[in-house]
Write a protein that binds this ligand. Structure first.
Ligand SMILES: N[C@@H](CCC(=O)N[C@@H](CS)C(=O)NCC(=O)O)C(=O)O
Length: 209
């Protein structure tokens, strides 16, 4: 397998997931700053032109981080990052989807239409500055909500590290790379980020990519 990877929270989510699984997968750097991912050579691998893409041994190009995570969990079940039973898997997917839709998506769209506009406007449709500010505010409200959910807990669900923790952690770290900080009063979240930051896989955030 090969991972086409770049800057940004989604490739780093995939890289952390791979490390947590104890896998060693060749990584190929795609320079999204120069829009290498928007050239035909890369869109042949992912029609949406985004990273990451996991090239499987049979040549299939798998994109979308949730599909990549689910594939790796099924093909390499240990250590369990999604769940061992139907209910465990459902609960982790429920939390992951909540964080993805309620936080990661508005935060990303808010960044692309706000501070990230110079980079993203030439390559995709972005929301206007006012909409971007609203989306960033909405994401921050949901970070506060997640902080409340973490009261008295070390992990988002099941009292153990799962894919749900990974997506939350990667989007906090993404925020840090673009000058964002945790909303005021989110001490549970701050402790959570420190806790996940102790995991060896979090070192992917120290790399330049
Ligand atoms: N829904 C996709 C999102 C992928 C995505 O937005 N990747 C970003 C990097 S974090 C990207 O490729 N950005 C550059 C661009 O869109 O031109 C997934 O789950 O993998």
């Amino acid at each position: 397998m090969k991972l086409y990877s770049s800057l940004g929270p989604n490739p780093r989510f995939a890289r952390m997931f791979i490390l947590e699984k104890g896998l060693d997968i060749e990584r190929i750097h795609i320079d999204i700053l120069t829009a290498e991912n928007r050239q035909p050579e890369f869109s042949d691998k992912n029609i949406l032109g985004t990273t990451p893409v996991l090239e499987l041994d049979n040549g299939f190009m798998l994109s979308e981080i949730m599909a990549i995570a689910e594939y790796l969990e099924e093909t390499h079940p240990e250590p369990v990052l999604i769940g061992s039973t139907a209910l465990e898997r459902a609960e982790v997917r429920m939390w992951t989807r909540r964080i993805d839709l309620e936080i990661a998506v508005p935060m990303t769209l808010g960044f692309r239409g706000g501070a990230g506009r110079p980079m993203f406007e030439p390559r995709m449709d972005v929301v206007g500055p006012e909409g971007a500010a609203d989306l960033s505010r909405m994401a921050d409200e949901k970070w506060k909500w997640l902080d409340g959910q973490l009261e008295g807990k070390d992990y988002i669900c099941q009292d153990k590290f799962t894919m749900a923790d990974l997506i939350a952690y990667c989007f906090v770290q993404f925020g840090y790379t673009v000058g964002w900080s945790l909303p005021e009063g989110t001490d549970n979240l701050a402790k959570f980020v420190d806790r996940i930051g102790e995991r060896p896989s979090s070192k992917v955030w120290q790399d330049s990519e």
